[in-house]
Design a protein around this ligand. Structure first.
Ligand code: SF4
Length: 487
């Protein structure tokens, strides 16, 4: 750094003091103080509610996500999705500013609805809120009714809306609230007595892995089960580059979503991300209903396939049985590189349950499990899973903690690797251990969202990434006499 660009500190700190503090924050003494902290959150591994709402909105045909609130907030959700998928995330905001905060945001909402409807020609606009209108108590129900009465948009134009206050819950709860609003709007008066589409309605939950959506579709195709994948973002965020820009690529067809209320069965694979939606579906939708864990690992994939077989009266296809056999073979070949290894995990409840199940199957130890927005129910379910295996012994769950807490844990009680998202790269670097970016968001590696983590293919993908990394580390760090061709 040249003398011109060198940072000039207001208060100089002696080098010895910097070194002392750097060493101190790795101690048990510091960990205790860190865990005693209450009024401060540092690097929480979750996003705010509206981001989850935006993800859902992108999963429906011709749908424009519409942020009632601040422009800066809208930029945050868009840029997070955009950086994770490396795809555009088109959404609009009514850009509330100071006057909106004082007088309410109805004028902003009406003007933006009129402009967005005329300019972007959506088939549906999914409206959700940032913090500001939630704090001042904007009445979305009345604002939207007034917009239709003033014919700003046609009376029959679908405008589902969700209150997504960010000072409460996380992106997972916003996903749930928006999905519920969209389904309630689209299915209104669409239930037909005696009608059955014969289809499965599948809900993935908050899942930013487009490969997972494709994997579900592939599995259902193998089974020959007709389906509607609700909030399907697989095309939206993984569309072909062919020289034509499309504002609304892919998404669940609105007609299919409307008819989903007459389905033969509905399964959610993200029960913690769809608790309210599924609660409503159980009362409102025809057919069978089942909330199942994310099919991560062999056992949870088995359970998913068995449920499909039972619900639709079809045997598990030979092709999927062969796939299972190949996954088990891959596990047998590779498990020696992961067996007994300790992991620190963080993420959303549905993903955490999947990671734990997968690791225990391989004889690995999900040693520190951290959830920044969890409940007693999640904790109980995680503990019950740990109790099913000898590898779960002495593994600990940390609810409502952040990544600065996790840093203390991995520095004082080391593990071999971390599973999470990009935000954990700092603590992984400090602890000199690898980070496996299976979660959301992932800003600093490419194409990972295209590799499924669910199903038998997901087992092979996750295990390959983990085991080869451990082998790389061995090759990079071993002494010359142990640098072998065979590993
Ligand atoms: S937490 Fe609130 S203020 Fe911050 S980005 Fe989310 S909605 Fe906006």
């Amino acid at each position: 750094m040249s003398a011109d660009t060198a940072v000039k500190y207001v208060t100089e700190t002696p080098e010895a003091e910097v070194e002392r503090v750097a060493a101190w924050i790795n101690t048990e003494e510091y960990k205790e103080k860190n865990f005693a902290r209450q009024a401060l959150v540092i690097n929480p591994p979750h996003a705010c509610q509206p981001l989850g709402a935006e993800l859902v909105a992108h999963g429906f045909e011709g749908t424009l996500p519409f942020v009632h609130g601040s422009q800066g907030c809208a930029s945050y959700y868009r840029s997070t999705l955009n950086r994770h998928f490396r795809e555009p995330a088109p959404a609009v905001s009514d850009s509330m500013t100071e006057d909106g905060a004082v007088f309410g945001g109805q004028n902003n909402l009406h003007e933006a609805l009129e402009n967005a409807y005329a300019m972007y020609k959506p088939k549906m606009m999914a409206i959700f809120t940032s913090c500001m209108p939630e704090i001042i108590g904007d009445d979305l129900t009345a604002f939207i009714k007034n917009a239709k009465n003033k014919e700003i948009v046609p009376q029959d134009f679908p405008l589902p809306f969700a209150n997504t206050p960010s000072f409460n819950g996380s992106h997972v709860h916003g996903y749930d609230a928006m999905l519920l609003a969209i389904l309630q709007t689209l299915t209104s008066e669409k239930q037909v007595e005696g009608r059955c589409t014969g289809k499965l309605n599948l809900i993935a939950g908050f899942d930013a892995n487009t490969g997972n959506y494709r994997e579900y579709k592939r599995i259902l195709k193998e089974f020959g089960i007709p389906y509607t994948l609700l909030a399907d973002i697989s095309e939206t965020f993984d569309s072909p580059l062919d020289g034509t820009y499309r504002v609304y690529p892919g998404g669940t067809k609105l007609d299919d979503a409307a008819d989903s209320i007459n389905g033969k069965a509905t399964i959610t694979l993200g029960p913690y991300a769809t608790a309210k939606t599924f609660g409503w579906i159980k009362d409102a939708y025809s057919g069978k209903h089942k909330a199942m864990p994310l099919p991560m690992g062999i056992a949870k994939t088995d359970a998913f396939l068995m449920e499909l077989a039972e619900m639709f009266g079809k045997p598990v296809p030979e092709s999927l049985k062969a796939e299972r056999g190949r996954a088990v073979d891959a596990v047998t070949d590779a498990h020696q590189y992961i067996h007994g290894k300790k992991f620190a995990l963080y993420g959303d409840p549905d993903y955490l349950l999947g990671y734990v199940s997968f690791l225990l199957e391989l004889g690995a130890r999900p040693y520190h499990i951290l959830c920044s927005k969890g409940t007693k129910k999640v904790e109980k379910e995680l503990q019950a899973l740990l109790d099913t295996s000898m590898y779960g012994k002495d593994c600990k769950i940390y609810m409502n903690k952040d990544l600065w807490h996790l840093r203390s844990l991995v520095m004082t009680d080391p593990v071999d690797a971390v599973i999470g998202d990009t935000h954990g790269k700092f603590l992984a670097r400090d602890a000199k251990i690898p980070l496996f970016r299976f979660g959301f968001p992932n800003f600093d590696r490419v194409n990972l969202h295209r590799y499924p983590l669910v199903g038998y293919q997901g087992v092979v993908n996750m295990m390959t990434a983990i085991c080869n990394k451990f082998i790389d580390i061995k090759d990079e760090t071993c002494e010359d006499q142990f640098f072998e061709m065979m590993r």
